[in-house]
Design a protein around this ligand. Structure first.
Ligand SMILES: [Mg+2]
Length: 230
């Protein structure tokens, strides 16, 4: 088995520290409760419809599609739904098994987080999960220069290493998305671990040649056996 020698571990949030579907569930619930009285429908019906859209090709414009289904042509209302989704205080928490892994990593060295996405949304997520309170160095790439700083840009990786006072070559990034996570880590000079488990949005996608992770794990608890702190 490959063993990575490290001084610090950096985690992704969505589908790594927390299942992305948990966040989506919280957001859909919130938006449905807000929207239902405005279009005279039941919130649980809207939630069901949103999940059906989520698993279809319309995921990227879910609220436009939802309104379309009900014959409502109102781009502004769809836009308001997006804003409410992104700005809601999510009802999400770290699983106990994840807390255990973070506690072990923290006992060994600094722990970081690098996450992409609209700043307001990602900071609400990080707050709900209590990441900074647990002593994690949290870098939301959006605050480093908008979308241009999102992975696969190495900007977030370099910034988190700077904050942890760790050289990139002594750090490893743990993420789930083969389109960007491992490439970003490698561009920064860090090692990369793919966490792949059922239910993740990218569980069945594969990286382009050259964008592979160094190691793949199926449980975050496996970090204890693939990492050697030096
Ligand atoms: Mg992710």
């Amino acid at each position: 088995m490959t063993i990575l020698k490290v001084r610090a571990v950096v985690f992704d949030i969505d589908d790594t520290l927390m299942p992305e579907r948990e966040y989506v569930r919280s957001g859909y619930e919130h938006v449905s409760n807000w929207l239902a009285p405005r279009i005279s429908l039941k919130a649980n019906q809207l939630q069901g419809e949103l999940w059906a859209i989520f698993d279809s090709e319309h995921r990227g414009r879910a609220y436009n599609r939802l309104l379309e289904i009900h014959g409502i042509d109102d781009a502004l209302l769809a836009q308001e739904c997006v804003q409410i989704y992104r700005e809601h205080a999510p009802d999400v928490k770290l699983a106990e098994s994840v807390q255990d892994v973070l506690a072990w990593c923290r006992s060994q060295g600094p722990v970081g987080v690098v996450s992409d996405g609209p700043l307001g949304m990602q900071s609400a997520k990080a707050r709900a999960l209590g990441l900074a309170e647990q002593g994690l160095h949290v870098v939301l790439s959006d605050e480093l220069g908008g979308r241009a700083a999102w992975k696969p840009s190495p900007a977030g990786m370099l910034e988190v290493c700077r904050r942890m006072r760790i050289l990139p070559r002594d750090a490893v990034y743990v993420g789930d998305n083969p389109a960007k996570d491992f490439l970003a880590a490698h561009l920064a000079g860090m090692a990369a671990i793919r966490f792949r488990t059922a239910g993740q949005l990218h569980a069945s996608s594969e990286p382009e040649p050259g964008a592979e992770a160094d190691i793949e794990i199926r449980e975050l608890s496996q970090l204890r056996s693939v990492l050697e702190y030096v």
